[in-house]
Design a protein around this ligand. Sequence first.
Ligand code: BDR
Ligand code: CA
Length: 313
Amino acid sequence: MTARKIIIDTDPGQDDAVAILLALASPDEIEVLGITAVAGNVPLALTQKNARIICELAGRPDIRVFAGCEGPLGRKLVTAEHVHGQTGLNGPVLPDPTMPLQDQHGVDFIIETLRDQPMGSVTLCPLGPLTNIAMAFRKAPDIVPRVREIVLMGGAYFEVGNITPAAEFNIYVDPQAADIVFKSGVDIVVMPLDVTHKALVTKPRNDAFRAIGNRVGEAVAEMTDFFERFDKEKYGSNGAPLHDPCVTAYLIRPDLFTGRHINVEIETRSELTMGMTVADWWRVSGRPANATFMGDIDADGFFALLTERLARL
Ligand code: BDR
Ligand code: CA
C-alpha cells in the first residue's frame, strides 16, 4: 500500500492535535505534505503555533507548517476558548516551538501542491472552518478537479449543533466557505457530530493513553483531561469527544466508519439556523448526493488504533 498524500488544514485544538499525531504516527498509510493553519478554535497566531508544537511533540520538526486565513470569508471570527482554553491546547505543558513557520501563505501552498502533485493524488483533510480550502478553490478553480478527496470533520444531522442549537462549530464559523466546498463537486467524506460524539475518551481509554509510557501518550491524556470538562458539564457525557482524529483514522481504517452517500447543503442565510448542515439522510429531497455523511463508528476499534499508533511516536 502506498501512503496517501494529504494536506491537513487545522485549528489546533486538542482534538486537532491528536488527529495530527495519529497521521504522523502512520507513515505507511499517510504522507503529510504539509499542515495549513486556519483561525477557528483560537486565532491564527495560536493555531499556527500550536500546529508546530504538535509536530515537535511528534518528533517531526521537518513537517512544513503554513499560516492561512485569519478569519472567515464574510463573517466575524467566532472562537472556542470556552472549550479548548486560552491557548487552544490547554492541558499539557509543552515547549514553544523552535521549528519555523513557512513564509508562504497556507492558501498558496494548497494551490501550489495540488498543481505540482499528480492529478487526483492529494487528499485534503480539514479539521477546522473551511476558509482556507474555499479560498484556494476560489483563487484557483483549476485545482478543484485535481483533489482526490476531502475528508473533513464538520456538521451534524441527528446531533444537530454544538455551537448553536442548529450548527456544528467548524461549519458555523464559516458557512460561506463550507457552502463553496460542498458545492465544489469534489468527493467529500464528512465526520459529523453524529460520529464524533460516539468517540468518547472514557477513563479506561485515557488510562490506556497514559499507560503507553511515552511523552505523546502522557500529553494526549493531559489534553483530554482538560478538554473533557466541557463536554461532561454540558452534555453529561462520559468523556471528551475526539472529533478530528476520526478524519485521520478514516484514512487508515475506513472500515471503522459507516455512513450514507447523500445530499448535504449548508444554511448560509438564516441567522437562526446559520451553518446548519442540511443532510438528506432519509433521501427525501431528490437533490443529488454530494457527500458521504458518516453516521456510526466502531469506537473500540478506533481507540485501539489510536493507542497503538501513539505508542509508535
Ligand atoms: C470541531 O470544533 C472544534 O472545537 C474541534 O476542534 C472540532 O474540529 C467540533 O465541533
Ligand atoms: Ca478542529
